[in-house]
Design a protein around this ligand. Structure first.
Ligand SMILES: N[C@@H](CCC(=O)N[C@@H](CS)C(=O)NCC(=O)O)C(=O)O
Length: 210
């Protein structure tokens, strides 16, 4: 039996981050699907989102809460810095990823470019074009930080890095990469480091529909 259950779908950015955290911690997880918006789903998550984690009788939603729980409930490598400032910086990055990076890079570009067409819809080109300078700016900010250390909060990866991986990886896969992430050498080097970790190979989702 796996150490924890994660309800979600492999391509979901937030689900992916929790799976990365589990792999990095060295625990096993079982990925279980949900029927979006169904009563069983709402029983697991009152706002009908993914991911949701179960560990015995403990059930949690919200990616940051899940990643922290994984880190603190199990033995294994620390996924959070011990230094007070670095820990606060991790919180700063997690909030920024959820509030700014996810919105500009994922919701307005990647979802429009990859998810919408994969479901038979049409990309809102205006929405994508409007988002490009904002997404480029988010990458510039990350690039400045990653120019100072190998990871977002120092010399070891933390939950902030595991939450940034889906954003940066998906953005690097769309044509808008050229105008947003490309040329940010520190982000590109960081993404290369993150992609070379076994946790990435163990969790990277296939193309849409696979
Ligand atoms: N604040 C939540 C956000 C979760 C979220 O938005 N998940 C997306 C998938 S990556 C989702 O459930 N989307 C489906 C929807 O919005 O209906 C978290 O941190 O876990």
């Amino acid at each position: 039996m796996a150490d924890i259950k994660i309800y979600g779908f492999a391509p979901s950015s937030y689900t992916w981050s929790t799976r990365l955290a589990a792999e990095e911690k060295g625990i096993t997880h079982e990925l279980l699907p949900v029927e979006f918006g169904s009563d069983p789903h709402k029983k697991l998550h009152p706002f009908a989102k993914i991911p949701i984690m179960e560990h015995g009788d403990n059930r949690l939603y919200e990616t940051n809460a899940i990643c922290r729980y994984i880190d603190e409930a199990f033995d294994g490598p620390a996924l959070q810095p011990s230094d007070t400032f670095a820990r606060a910086e991790m919180d700063q990055w997690i909030s920024s990823i959820i509030d700014y990076y996810y919105d500009w890079c994922i919701r307005r570009i990647v979802v429009e470019r990859i998810v919408v067409p994969s479901r038979g819809g049409e990309t809102d080109e205006e929405k994508v074009a409007d988002a490009i300078p904002h997404a480029a700016y988010t990458m510039k900010v990350a690039n400045e930080r990653l120019g100072k250390s190998d990871y977002l909060t120092g010399n070891d990866p933390s939950i902030a890095d595991f939450m940034m991986v889906p954003v940066a990886f998906y953005l690097s896969q769309v044509p808008e990469a050229e105008k947003t992430i490309a040329g940010n050498s520190a982000v590109e080097a960081w993404l290369g480091r993150m992609q070379s970790r076994p946790s990435f190979a163990a969790t990277v989702p296939g193309p849409p529909g696979s």
